[in-house]
Every structure is written in structure tokens, then in C-alpha cells.
Design a protein around this ligand. Sequence first.
Ligand SMILES: NC(=O)C1=CN([C@@H]2O[C@H](COP(=O)(O)OP(=O)(O)OC[C@H]3O[C@@H](n4cnc5c(N)ncnc54)[C@H](OP(=O)(O)O)[C@@H]3O)[C@@H](O)[C@H]2O)C=CC1
Ligand SMILES: CC(C)(CO)C(=O)C(=O)O
Length: 289
Amino acid sequence: MYASKLHALDDSLVKVVVDEERKRRYEQKAILVNEQPYRFQYLTPSSEAPVADLVIIAVKEYQLADALPLLKPFVGQHTCFLSLLNGISSEKTIGEAYGIERVLYAFGIAMDAQRTGRDVSYTDMGHMVFGEADNAVSPRVKAIKALFEAAAIPYQVPPDIHQAMWFKFMVNVAVNQVSALLRIPFGVFAKYQEARALLIQAAQEVQEVAQRKGIDLTETAIGKMVDTILSLNPDGKTSMLQDVEAQRPTELETFAGEVIRQGEALTVATPINRFLYNALALVEKGYSG
Ligand SMILES: NC(=O)C1=CN([C@@H]2O[C@H](COP(=O)(O)OP(=O)(O)OC[C@H]3O[C@@H](n4cnc5c(N)ncnc54)[C@H](OP(=O)(O)O)[C@@H]3O)[C@@H](O)[C@H]2O)C=CC1
Ligand SMILES: CC(C)(CO)C(=O)C(=O)O
């Protein structure tokens, strides 16, 4: 989705870093984004290419350890990283590999992207949210704002990126997990109070953990979370539900796993996320083949 926008702005801007096997596979067929074919330039670690100004990482968290080393030849002194991974831990992992001073905090929210095979369709691309660890509007933040404006990629630079990251984490812990377990699209949460009650129960555990860490997630944030979910395309599905339907591994460790671990460290009880963890682990174990 984002690569297609940047490619439309200037096709020389976008280079997709992959391993040799993916390069061979991807070069065989254009990717369709809203039915438009895109042939990106694929780089592997052995490709000759200048270092990147900006690296946008959009793999799943469990794929990060394999993906990060591929980037090494393209990381220079001024390379900046934006991680679109859900959850609250990928910035630390990228920082450990390439230096935390290179990493901005980031996430994408409110999109209704749907993946079918390697093709993507969407009606609402939501927006990307990013910022410096100290929330400064630094020269690199200004440069990325200018790039996204030119490419018509909606974005926000919030006053407190850490509070915003925890808000997004709370959205994912609630809606991704409940929707994936019950196999329901966004519209069901608008229709049934019982579905909203499940979201709120899962979110309250995130809120309690966040508050113990000094992150300002209030009751108002839970209301805003419900409003965010109700504003999404009723037929749209969370990325976790799409993973379950395609029998791909889910981001369970990134969501319930993280809430349980943080809850244990801070002595916050997390029974709803323990239930979701075990139930979704069983869903994955039940995949055929
Ligand atoms: N989908 C959504 O609505 C949202 C997703 N996110 C986050 O964005 C990230 C991406 O999500 P999503 O697009 O749904 O995930 P997908 O699983 O659809 O896409 C992940 C992509 O990463 C590729 N990949 C995996 N390993 C490597 C590697 N070693 N080198 C290069 N490419 C690799 C995969 O390739 P292949 O298919 O060939 O294995 C796949 O194309 C996730 O972290 C998710 O949490 C955030 C907000 C919303
Ligand atoms: C729920 C949603 C679309 C929120 O932006 C999301 O982050 C996901 O599906 O992973």
C-alpha cells in the first residue's frame, strides 16, 4: 500500500529488500494494489545500491530476525528506520541491530487493507503515525512529513508518540485477537454490544499495564479505541483474522504474549489475555497441513 504510493510519486524512490528466494518469486509477477500492477525494484544483500535515507519495515514481528540482516548493506550513517510492525517492541529490536538513534517510533492505523495471495486491496489506507523518542519535530521528521505529503500518504506526528503507540497496541490486543478468535469483521463490533464488551475487557488489561508504566491511557482512550474500531469498513478484517483465514502464523506473542509478560513483571492480572492467548494458540495448532 505505502510502496505503491511512493512508487507512483517516483518509481526510483522505492526499493524492496528481500532474500534471493523472494526476489526470484516476486520478479515473476507484478503485485496488484487495488488492481493496478506494480513491479518494484527488488534488492538482495548482494545488490549494488546506495545506502537508504529511509527504511520502512513492514514484515511480521516473527519475521524481523530474518529480515533485519538483509538490510545491512543499505544502512548508512544517516539512514532512518520507520517500523510499521504492530506491537510495542520492534523499535527496540531494530535499535539493537542498527542503533536506536536511527529509529523513529511508528505505526499504521485505521486501514482496511485486505491481502489476497500477494495482492492488496483497500478503500481506506488509514494513516501512519510517527515521531522521535523525545517527540521533537526534528529535521528527519520534517523530511518524512514532506515525503508523505508529496506521495499522498496520510500521516500524523502526535504530541506523545509513546502514548500513541500504547493506544495502537491496545486497539490490536482488543480487536485483532477477538476478531481472529470469533472470525468476525469490524461491522460485528458496531452491531453487537457483546462484541464491544469483549474488546473493552481485553483493552482494560493493557490500560492497567500502561498506567503502571506511567503511560497516560485513560478511560477516554478506551472510548476512543471503540470509536476507532466502529469507524472502520464494516466488511474489513483485522490482519490477524486474515492470518487465521489464510492459516498463517499470527502475532499472538506480540499481543497477548506481551500483555501477559508485562503484566507478570508489574503484578497486573491479565486473565482475559491469558484466555485469548490459549484460545488463539489452539486455533493455530488446528491449522491443516
Ligand atoms: N494488515 C494491516 O491491516 C496492518 C498491519 N500492520 C503491521 O504491518 C506489518 C505487516 O503486516 P501485513 O502487511 O498485514 O503482513 P503480511 O504477512 O501480509 O506481509 C508481510 C510481508 O513481509 C514479507 N517478508 C517476510 N519475511 C521477509 C524477509 N525475510 N524479507 C523480506 N520480506 C519478508 C512477506 O513475504 P511473503 O509473503 O513472501 O512471505 C510479506 O509480503 C505487521 O507487522 C503488522 O503488524 C499494522 C497495521 C495494520
Ligand atoms: C485493526 C487495524 C486495522 C487497526 O489499524 C490493524 O492494525 C490490524 O488489522 O492489524
